[in-house]
Design a protein around this ligand. Sequence first.
Ligand SMILES: *Cc1c(COP(=O)(O)O)cnc(C)c1O
Length: 504
Amino acid sequence: MPFELLNNNRWIVGYDMRNQSAVRSLFEMSYPGRGTVIYPECDVPDTGRQWAPEAAFLADEMPELPEIAEPDVVRHFVNLSTLNMSVDSHFYPLGSCTMKYNPKRHERLARLAQASGSHPYQPEDQIQGLLKIFFELQQMLAEISGLPAVSLHPAAGAQGELAALLTASAWFRHRGEQRTRVLFPASAHGTNPASAALAGFECVQLKAGTSGFVDLHELSQQVDERTAVFMITNPNTLGLFERDIARIADILHAAGGLVYIDGANMNAILGKARPGDFGGDMMHYNVHKTFTGPHGAGGPGAGPIAVRDFLGDFLPSPVVRFDSGTNRYVLRSPAHSIGQVRTFFGNVGILLRGYFYIRTLGAKGLREASENAVLNANYLLSKVADVLEIPHGRRCMHEFVASARQIKNRQGVTAMDIAKRLLDYGYHAPTVYFPLVVEEAMMMEPTETESLQTLEAFANAIRLICSEPAELVKGAPHSTPVCRPDEVAAARKPVLCWSAQQQD
Ligand SMILES: *Cc1c(COP(=O)(O)O)cnc(C)c1O
């Protein structure tokens, strides 16, 4: 077992010397007189005169800076970077986030000077290559979704939701319709109601049934002439494909409303099922999830939206068009565009990675990626199903939601405890406590890029943890420099600077 009980009753897993230079702040490592910069001797006479205005100098006190040598600075930051879990360092089954491997080839291509060196104010005739790539990407995303009009502009899935809802809103206004409500199921991602509220709609949440699927009866009762859009994730956030999606779309369309497909789970259905074919009118892609833009830690994303042709004129601006008269790719604003939702074109670097990924895999490769993502998730499900409850069935799409309810009732170990303990075993935790409709939820999404061995090792870790003493699991993690920070306080009151007072 990778731990031992010390006599002070604390469980310890290993002891990592590397962490020591990372967990001490530069100020704690400071040593008087030690330095990194050695200034050359002054080679002009000292006139004793001040060469800058008085205001440019700090009054009496010198800034409080650590005195520290260059190798120690380098070690500090390199070691600090290793405390983070990433997809390049650890298995990362974070449900709903599709943390699949980001191919290094595409990183290299996206960094080519022709792309990374271009400037958003460059004239169109100097970036014809880039525009051609994005024109093709628009076409590929239209083909994959079955929705013909595409805007690459939004910066992430959530912004895609907002942009699409504003697009729908503009379309309804154009038709002289007053529709005020956006509906969504109880299992919806939090961004869905947030986007609807931002776009000025009233949010209506459907009651959660026990089946995990949208209740058609409840939906029919809620849909009326006030309904603008029903937002639905398919496969849904329980990892189940909404089998009644076509009937759901019929209910909305019969009442004059639109269906928005949250495309965060596209990794389950690439080349298998198209939102446009199963009734969706609009959707977003999360390029950083489905098409391997590196993400996590709030890095850039891309949330292109695809819509039916009648909504195309209202899409955000700009979109890429091909002008056959001049034989040139051009940036255009759709006729009744809602305008821009961010600066410039979009997150070009992430869009490029998505384009290269799609081109590398091709239609067959994308379909295989989804098949393997679903296979991996089902394999993992089968390996943990006897230690964790799987409330919604024995089969899943590319992810599944397990519940730690029974083990919590039995020995007080929660989903959070298991998630924390997984860190000691060298795994990023699954998503916990989402979706809200499952008690003690643990949402696991292994993705297609993980090997059988990795899945088995991870399942074994889960199984081991479920058999460990509750006291051990509840005190985890034991191997990280910080055990359980107050996450709310850390987010609300981040302490980003250090001072002598704080140390006391
Ligand atoms: C990730 C996710 C979103 C939000 O997408 P971002 O790209 O993070 O803004 C919306 N819905 C679901 C189901 C998601 O998993």
